[in-house]
Design a protein around this ligand. Structure first.
Ligand code: GLN
Length: 385
């Protein structure tokens, strides 16, 4: 007896595998993108209060009304976008479930989906689960530029959607207004969905976050995905959501209901508290990540890596070809064992694995002491290779 064919074509998550190997070797884990510092106290208190207040049974499958109202308010406040919390919002178990549910709800087997690469590794298996054919368009080094002519050529009669992740994991690109406009024009011309992953929307160092759904004519063809994990440092709470037009929301909700029933009820209650934090919280968080970025980027430059400074999100995708001829997987394992720092091999972000051969990704959503310990270890690389 064999497992289903659809499971054979994708491997275990490289990101989570690296975390496991890092733990075995007591390496500093700059692989998986989760903070090693606490989340906001008022949200923790609200979660405890919700549990003690007996909010322990299923919430409404598409999300508690308190959280959906808070999500709709956030879009009005931040992006001047009207969202109907009853008809257009679905709370999911993380943005991860949101993306899988959207694929299953909107994409038919054989449909083509455009993905910019490098890309967050889940999009590949999401496409396979839905039977979709991903078409990859590379971001061009050294600054991870989007070649719009190349993107235009990737659209065919079978293209159903484009996945757009901004701020971008793993490169740190924040797509510009001009790029968003060009992508929107292509979506309109070819009658294609924009499925946006905006989980890092509040973690930016330059420029504004642009929300595709606010572009003219794009509201009705955009599925916005985001969540609380990165904004409130609570990746283990598994709170994500989709904002989509009513008909598409109905399809997403059906898939979501049968996949998971719903996200944890007491944590949804506490999530609504976080969503109402004022602008100070968000400004402080972005500034704080900016200084963590400096600590890591300085250490990487000193150690001999080359990279484009991230404009958003909390990763640096760095080239190590000035340091070693090893391939990325060998280099990442060598770094864990010999240097004591865990990263993610670049090839795990590419369909064309060779394009990631000289790259590793570092996450800097870590305590200063963690980053400094990593910096000390990274300073020994040149002497060790
Ligand atoms: N998004 C995070 C990353 O890229 C966490 C991945 C995960 O394990 N879900 O590292």
């Amino acid at each position: 007896m064999h497992p289903a064919r659809r499971t054979i074509t994708f491997t275990e998550s490289v990101i989570r595998e690296m975390t496991r190997i890092a733990n075995q070797h007591e390496a500093v884990n700059l692989a998986q993108g989760f903070p090693d510092f606490p989340m906001p106290e008022p949200m923790k208190d609200a979660a405890c209060a919700a549990i003690h207040g007996d909010i322990n049974q299923y919430a409404v499958t598409w999300g508690s009304s308190a959280l959906r109202i808070a999500i709709a308010e956030k879009y009005r406040r931040w992006y001047d976008m009207e969202v109907d919390h009853d008809r257009e919002v679905t709370v999911t178990c993380g943005a991860t479930e949101a993306m899988a549910a959207v694929f299953l709800a909107l994409i038919d087997p054989g449909d083509e989906v455009i993905v910019l690469e490098p890309f967050y590794e889940n999009y590949g298996p999401d496409a396979i689960l839905a039977g979709a054919h991903p078409t990859f368009v590379p971001l061009e080094r050294p600054h991870w530029t989007l070649d719009l002519d190349r993107l235009a050529k990737a659209f065919t009669k079978r293209t159903k959607a484009i996945i757009l992740n901004t701020p971008h994991n793993p490169t740190g690109r924040v797509f510009t207004r001009a790029e968003m406009t060009m992508i929107a024009e292509l979506c309109i011309k070819h009658d294609v969905w924009a499925i946006t992953d905006e989980i890092y929307e509040h973690i930016r160092y330059a420029g504004a976050h642009h929300v595709m759904a606010t572009w003219p004519e794009m509201r009705k063809r955009t599925i916005t995905i985001s969540g609380l994990s990165k904004t409130f440092s609570c990746t283990g709470w598994r709170l994500g959501y989709t904002v989509a037009p009513e008909d598409q929301t109905a399809a997403i909700r059906k898939v979501h209901d049968f996949l998971t029933v719903g996200a944890p009820a007491p944590l949804q209650a506490a999530g609504a508290v976080g969503m109402r934090f004022d602008a100070d919280y968000y400004n402080h968080m972005a500034l704080d990540y900016r200084s963590r970025r400096s600590v890591l980027c300085d250490a990487l430059s000193d150690a001999g890596f080359t990279f484009a400074q991230p404009e958003g999100a909390y990763y640096v995708l760095a080239d190590f070809s000035g340091l070693s001829d090893m391939d990325d997987v060998t280099f990442a394992k060598w770094m864990i064992e010999e240097i004591g720092v865990a990263t993610v091999p670049g090839s795990s972000f590419y369909s064309n694995k060779g394009m990631g051969r000289n790259l590793v990704r570092f996450a800097f959503c870590k305590k200063y002491e963690t980053l400094k310990r990593a910096a000390e270890r990274l300073s020994t690389i040149r002497a060790s290779v």
